[in-house]
Write a protein that binds this ligand. Sequence first.
Ligand code: UD1
Length: 332
Amino acid sequence: MHSPELRDRTVLVTGGAGFIGSHLVEALVPDNEVRVLDDFSSGHREHLPEDVAVIEGDVGDPIALQRAARGVDVIFHEAALVSVTRSVDAPRTSNRINLDATLLVLEQARQEDARVVLASSAAIYGHPAELPVSERTTPDPTSPYGVQKLAVDQYARLYDEIYGVPTVALRYFNVYGPRQQGPYSGVISTFLEQARDGTPLTVDGDGEQTRDFVHVSDVVRANLLAATTDRTGVAYNIGTGRSTTIRDLAGLVCDATGSDSAIVHEPPRDGDVRHSRADISSAREHLLFEPRVSLEAGIRSLATETSEPPVSNLEESHSVDSSGGVADEPIR
Ligand code: UD1
């Protein structure tokens, strides 16, 4: 069974100039009419292809959103303040952008009869009792960011149930890849920058915390599948099912870049999740989602600055060499 492809539609990508959004735009452009709503607070115009209609504005501004969403079939809602730390420092600001703006997006979709595929997060699970974590696990967020994502995840389900707006929430685990940059970007881009500069890699806490790192090209595919699935009103974990400690990640980055940067330990972060690993069986079964890029291949391609997406089969790479800090056994 193959999912129908998304083509000949008018689609809006909020946060379309950002890290995940711009990769998604690139994938959508050949077959669809694509609009981008972005305030360029962290996104970059040069990441956008030429034949995209850009509406410059805040996703929390109803007028800008209304303009951008007029007549669209699908809204991919990627605009967010993605930093967990920032949400701890400024809960109301992140709430405005992550939660209030998402409600506007859902309302707008209701007006336009559009589908919404939105970015939820593994952060909703907090410290799960069991790993890998499935969608049935009771959420228990440890940060304002996690609370905000939990709320939008649940609003998405309700908008489907109550108002008949088809929605799919994708619970991203730790997404990485080209164009992830800036002071609040993820640990892989931070480590790569430090390794390249020859400065110490800053590991928060003991570095034994784990994450399930998923390449942005896999996340883009999950979005395209979510845009056409019949099974809406549902949330799916989007990760790889494998996890790596932050300390091992530091080693992988040093190996891939040939850097001899030292590793220094910083105090642990407030609100930090300890362990995270996705059970992706639901996305596999219902979306036919299959992650393709192993962490080793993904980091290698970032280290060598290849703009081509890394080609590596996850299964293959792990069965040949599972030494790269990748835990194949459940972490308890
Ligand atoms: C990330 C995402 C968040 C997403 C969540 C899902 C980013 C910026 N945030 O949060 O949007 O919803 O995954 O799981 O991508 N660390 C260091 N040294 C550093 C930077 C980070 O040790 O220099 C550690 C952190 O303490 C943390 C881990 O690396 O334990 C991951 O941090 P980060 O990349 O910021 O992502 P999350 O907080 O997991």
